[in-house]
Design a protein around this ligand. Structure first.
Ligand code: FAD
Ligand code: DLZ
Ligand code: SF4
Length: 518
């Protein structure tokens, strides 16, 4: 992808996208501040191709403005196009054209966009405009497309665990020679404790908005006021320094308990021991490897136990890299997959949080307020309900892409289409993450304040997850019955009397009518 630089050539135009806020960017590798011009642009199309959460737009715009200011202070020539600039064309390619009009000979350099949609748009644009485009690999990721393709080649199943071990060997993270630290690759079985009362629960640092952020908040309010989510209070860091502070705070306060309570949920506690760093990492304010090295150091300094450090590092060099690999291996078309042929529209309460199901209300309300929910809420509450109810996975995908501050299609789609909705038919999970209310009850305290009874399996007051669970298995029996990991649940279903099965299905029908068919 990379073309050699000709020293006699005119300066380059270097496009820096809103999730490329890193000085180590491959597009800046050989850049020359005296000749090259950097381009950053606030673009209506990028903010509304799905109607992003207001906090997400504000975070990206403010972080872009801060990054641009830092680059300018370092002596770079930079064109920053604000959203409200009357000449703003509203598209990234329009902005490149506008800058190129003054520099027709210039080559355009860009680090590969994270999303297929934008990569294709830039490649199409270059072809049509007859422009020289130098699109470079994104070296912030640890595994290149080529490396992932090679790893995946010839494998019947793409299991994250084996990929992860290779990444441990490649990076040397938590390695003792060629053996994993502590003698095991994975300490996940120690990471499933429900959280009880009386725990000290840290909060991510709250950064007060500065003048730049206040301007952006006003702009977002005016231009995207109809989008989902609360804009204020706004507490995200918007600079690398602020993100580094958030990393330090996580390592000191939450990391030691990260492993133990990774899967827990608590009413009113939105962050537990999670890092709340994904939006910083995905936008480029933090680099994935530096975050992992910091966590590894905390382990060697005795500040965090191995199950926490290993569990955290696995999420980043394992899951995060693996999801990106799956995305690029399967695009285009991955976001259209619908293995279970689910067609129901996304229930309206996903946009309001107004539901009497306590677990869903908590997850969606905090999503609205914070543009954040942690993994188990995304997977086992909102994701699980949508899959059990048979919601069209494309609508689920668009919801997740819109509502989280860390959502970019390269990471969101495999998590949603693959992991959470089983819409890829098992490419990345050996069975659907379908669960009845029992799982949510074990891992959280939501059920005690819910109007439903998690112990009731059917009938008016029964937990909706309980009846939807069996309805889901019954509805999808032709596609799922042959799955060896579901043999046991189907044998339970088969042993039920016809009367009991009917009762489950009838209650599920009422649940779907109440919540999904309004
Ligand atoms: P922590 O729990 O502290 O984890 C540490 C880091 O590990 C995260 O910051 C993140 O960088 C990485 N990580 C953890 N799990 C995953 C994963 N499954 N895939 C990729 N990276 C992971 N993550 C996104 O970054 N963007 C998304 O749009 C996104 N959508 C998701 C949708 C669904 C349905 C599910 C089940 C998961 C999704 N995830 C997504 C993964 C995960 O939920 C978030 O990365 C995590 O909740 C972010 O919060 P945190 O920083 O506190 O993470
Ligand atoms: C997410 C986002 C938003 C909301 N706005 C912009 C923008 O105005 N300008 C820009 O360059 N990038 C933005 N981004 C990030 C892009 O959507 C992101 O680069 C692509 O989705 C590729 O990952
Ligand atoms: Fe959620 Fe069911 Fe528990 Fe209510 S009873 S909180 S719906 S799992």
């Amino acid at each position: 992808m990379t073309a050699e630089r000709d020293p006699a050539a005119a300066g380059n135009l270097i496009l820096i996208l809103g999730d490329q806020l890193s000085r180590s960017l491959s597009s800046l590798r050989d850049a020359d501040p005296s000749r090259d011009i950097l381009l950053m642009a606030e673009i209506a199309e990028e903010a509304s191709y799905v109607r992003h959460h207001k906090k997400k737009i504000a975070f990206v715009f403010s972080a872009m403005r801060h990054f641009a200011k830092e680059l300018e202070a370092d002596g770079w020539q930079l064109r920053f196009v604000r959203l409200d600039d009357p000449e703003n064309t509203g598209s990234l390619t329009g902005e490149i054209d506008r800058l190129r009009a003054d520099h027709p000979e210039a080559r355009v350099v860009v680090t590969e966009p994270g999303e297929y949609r934008l990569k294709s748009a830039l490649l199409d644009w270059a072809e049509q405009a007859g422009a020289a485009l130098d699109m470079r690999q994104d070296s912030r990721f640890l595994c290149s497309h080529q490396r992932f393709r090679k790893w995946a080649e010839g494998r019947k199943q793409l299991r994250m665990e084996y990929f992860y071990r290779d990444m441990r060997r490649d990076t040397g993270l938590l390695m003792d020679g060629d053996k994993p630290e502590g003698g095991k690759w994975n300490f996940d079985h120690e990471n499933r404790k429900p959280a009880g009362g009386g725990l000290f629960l840290p909060r991510p640092p709250q950064t007060p908005p500065d003048g730049i952020t206040e301007d952006v908040l006003d702009l977002v309010d005016a231009r995207f006021g109809g989008h989902f989510g609360s804009l204020r209070p706004f507490w995200f860091a918007v600079t690398r320094d602020g993100a580094l502070e958030a990393l330090e705070s996580f390592v000191e306060q939450a990391l030691p308990d990260f492993g133990d309570y990774q899967d827990a949920m608590l009413e009113g506690e939105r962050f537990l021991y999670h890092s709340v760093l994904s939006h910083y990492i995905n936008a480029g304010l933090l680099e994935p490897l530096e975050v992992c090295r910091r966590v590894e150091r905390a382990y060697y300094e005795g500040l965090a136990p191995l199950n926490a450090a290993e569990g955290f590092i696995r999420q980043i060099i394992g899951w995060r890299e693996y999801m990106r690999g799956i995305y690029w291996l399967n695009m285009p078309g991955y976001t259209e997959r619908n293995f279970l042929e689910a067609t129901r529209p996304l229930p309206g309460f996903y946009w309001t949080g107004e539901t009497d199901m306590a677990c869903l209300s908590a997850a969606i309300t905090q999503t609205r307020d914070e543009a954040y929910a942690h993994h188990i809420q995304r997977l086992m509450v909102t994701g699980n309900f949508a899959m059990l109810a048979g919601v069209d996975p494309h609508q689920v995908h668009e919801w997740y892409l819109a509502v989280y501050a860390d959502a970019y299609e390269w990471v969101e789609a495999p998590n949603v289409i693959g992991m959470s909705q089983f819409a890829d038919g098992g490419l990345l999970g050996s069975k659907p993450y379908a669960a009845s209310g029992n799982y949510i009850n074990k891992m959280s305290d939501h059920c005690s304040s819910c109007r439903y009874d998690v112990k009731h399996k059917s009938g008016a007051g029964a937990c909706p997850f309980n009846t939807l669970y069996w309805d889901f298995l019954s509805r999808n029996a032709d596609k799922l019955r042959g799955n060896p990991r579901l043999r046991q649940v189907y044998s339970i279903w088969d042993r039920m009397s016809a009367g009991q099965q009917d009762e489950y299905l009838e209650t599920a029908r009422q649940v779907l009518e109440r919540y999904c068919d309004e």
